[in-house]
Design a protein around this ligand. Structure first.
Ligand SMILES: Nc1ncnc2c1ncn2[C@@H]1O[C@H](COP(=O)(O)OP(=O)(O)OP(=O)(O)O)[C@@H](O)[C@H]1O
Length: 636
């Protein structure tokens, strides 16, 4: 049993018109380790096709290739990957080095799939590069080397996983004669070590280096000439154990590729960042504006007091009544500390020093009204007390409106008597305080009650103020009240609708920002597709080195993940800087931080960006993995 046997290998390429183009027409050959076999033949004779079959890159053929008695025909894709990694080392005419990796890293790609430790891998790669005379160049990139040097790197890479077979497809085809001799000497040295070296050439001079020349013509072997004995095999070599390219190695390679194309990738990352930063900015601004509105509104009212009234379509406050039953219901509600009766109406008049003025709206004092709303004085809690607005006070005392505090004014309320006839109630009241608001007057409930009583009328409250124990209970109590078919009025109700409108507005804006996120995702898809087509050859090289389809997919996913991650980091930094600048400005005129970037938003931004990038990579990465290694290698 020979080490490598080819049994009746036939290969025909299928052309576009479905006709078959036969290339190999029945190859039968046997090779042993220690042989340096030159495959000589005219151009187009099928030499490369045969090497691709031996190397496990092409399995669309008939016949069989046996290595150590084991058929490669029946090998699964995984076994073929392993075969290329472990048994085969390729050296190509045009070197096929990966341009964005240093020459050390080019050799390391193969070594990263061995079970050596990272330190041992670096040491082995360095030793191999020294062996081919490139010890001083390990940090260089392929474009910084001469042709002969590049081919020596390719030889070092082919030797990295210590394979049994080295396939060199016209290794000197792109070299001058001086370099050709050096390369052939190196290959000869490899055969001397007991490996099987198969070297394709159409130069008789190059072929003469071998221990044997196999001549091919028109898809058949027409001559098999033994020049000298095969080199002795040094012991029975146990192949270096290999594994697939690790996730870490894939990641490192993606990082190196990004670094190599730094300018382009920085632009891509910035493009991606625009999408994520607009979403983050909208969310943070939304939160800030909502917070500001709530802050402003809550500044005017007591958040722990809720104004409740009956649900009605009527605009006339007199048509609404809150009964004793309503009062009892509210009082019994959980977490309610007290319930106050209240009355509000449109239209009242005040008279001072002979001057009468209309008030558009008045209400009885309750705990929803904060002391903050007072410019001077105190709330109308006592009998015969009223607060009026600053504007009204200024009408009565132009020089110093504050002097109106303590002054007696006449307060008129329009209502109906028992026979539904309009009636005016009036009373002398004292101005207890002046409010900063634009309209309205506030009078104590018992004063209004007394005014009604004077005319033998009963004051029926048209709203109740429910005071809640603790801020956290406000929302549940509000919900319970709403569920009981009452409605919440006053500033508390405004707060709810403001929040709804603000949320709505920001959902719309976040939606628009989402579109820019979509544009970023499309950009990433396009960039990755371009990257796949640009890197077709690299994919072919990696596949020839035994890198699995899955690893190729992972490589593109890793790159996309990095784009997503870096984009989101830049997005977060930009929003954070914008937050600093904008908040500094808004702090000085509205005393509020209008941009509120929270850790939750940051996490959301990073996750969304990474997930979108990974989703964007699905199709391009799949395409890359699907590439046929032989076609990818012949890609220009
Ligand atoms: N993918 C393909 N589809 C169709 N025909 C192909 C394909 N690849 C190669 N061929 C044809 O198969 C024949 C053998 O090609 P191959 O590359 O194996 O020849 P070769 O002996 O290595 O030639 P050279 O010395 O010029 O490299 C050629 O006629 C070529 O046109």
């Amino acid at each position: 049993m020979s080490f490598l046997e080819l049994k009746d290998v036939h290969k025909a390429y299928q052309l576009a018109d479905k006709t078959k183009f036969p290339v190999l027409k029945g190859i039968n050959l046997s090779f042993e380790r220690g042989e340096f076999v030159s495959i000589l033949g005219e151009s187009g004779g099928g030499k490369t096709t045969l090497m691709n079959i031996i190397g496990g890159l092409d399995h669309q053929y008939t016949g069989d290739v046996l290595v150590n008695g084991k058929s490669t025909r029946t090998m699964s894709e995984k076994e073929l990957d392993n075969y290329r990694r472990q048994t085969i080392g390729f050296v190509f005419q045009n070197f096929n080095l990966i341009s964005h990796l240093s020459i050390l890293d080019n050799v390391m790609v193969s070594l990263e799939m061995t079970k050596l430790t990272h330190k041992e891998q670096v040491q082995t790669a360095t030793d191999l590069l020294k062996r081919v005379g490139l010890g001083e160049h390990i940090k260089k990139y392929p474009n910084q080397l001469s042709g002969g040097q590049k081919q020596r790197v390719a030889i070092a890479r082919a030797l990295a996983s210590d394979p049994d077979i080295i396939i060199a497809d016209e290794p000197t085809g792109a070299l001058d004669s001086g370099n050709s001799h050096e390369i052939m000497d190196l290959l000869n040295g490899i055969a001397t070590d007991g490996k099987l070296v198969i070297c394709v050439t159409h130069s008789q001079e190059v072929a003469n280096y071998g221990t044997r020349i196999v001549h091919m013509v028109d898809g058949l072997i027409d001559q098999d000439q033994h020049l000298k004995d095969a080199f002795p095999v040094k012991g029975t070599k146990a192949s270096t154990a290999t594994h697939h390219l690790s996730f870490r190695a894939n990641f490192n390679m993606a990082m190196k590729h990004m670094r190599y194309n730094l300018k382009r990738n920085v632009l891509i990352v910035f493009g991606g960042a625009i999408g994520i930063l607009s979403v983050l900015l909208m969310l943070s601004l939304g939160r800030g504006v909502q917070g500001y509105m709530n802050h402003e509104i809550s500044g005017q009212i007591n958040p722990q007091s809720i104004q409740v009234t009956q649900k009605t379509k009527s605009t006339d406050p007199n048509s609404v009544k809150m009964t004793q039953t309503d009062y009892a219901k509210m009082t019994k509600m959980a977490n309610v500390s007290s319930v106050e009766r209240g009355f509000f109406a449109q239209g009242a008049q005040v008279q001072y020093a002979g001057k009468t003025d209309s008030i558009s709206l008045f209400q009885t004092y309750n705990k929803t009204i904060l002391d903050k709303s007072l410019s001077i004085g105190h709330q109308p809690t006592g009998l015969n007390e009223v607060t009026i607005t600053k504007d009204l006070a200024k009408k009565y005392d132009k020089a110093d409106y504050k002097k109106m505090v303590g002054k007696k004014i006449t307060f008129f309320v329009n209502t109906y008597d028992a026979q539904k006839k309009p009636i005016v109630l009036s009373r002398q009241v004292t101005v207890s305080g002046i409010t900063t608001g634009q309209s309205g007057a506030t009078i104590s409930y018992n004063t209004l009650q007394a005014m009604f009583k004077e005319k033998n009328l009963t004051l029926k409250p048209n709203f109740l103020t429910v005071n809640v124990k603790g801020l956290t209970n406000v929302k549940p109590v509000q919900d319970k009240i709403k569920a009981d078919k009452y409605q919440i009025t006053g500033a508390g109700a405004i707060l709810d609708s403001v929040n709804t409108y603000v949320k709505l507005a920001f959902y719309v804006l976040a939606g628009i920002a989402g579109i820019s996120l979509l544009v970023s995702a499309i950009m990433i898809i396009v960039v990755l597709y371009i990257s796949v087509s640009e890197r077709t050859k690299e994919i072919g090289i990696l596949r020839a080195l035994g890198v699995r389809k899955t690893d190729i997919r992972t490589l593109f996913f890793a790159e996309s993940f990095l784009i997503g991650l870096f984009s989101s980091i830049i997005g977060v930094i930009v929003v954070w800087l914008a937050q600093l600048g904008i908040n500094h400005a808004t702090e000085s005129f509205i005393h509020y931080n209008i941009i509120q970037l929270t850790p939750g938003y940051i996490a959301f931004g990073i996750i969304v960006s990474v997930v979108i990038s990974i989703l964007a990579a699905i199709a391009p990465a799949g395409n890359a993995a699907k590439l046929d290694p032989v076609e990818a290698l012949s890609h220009d």
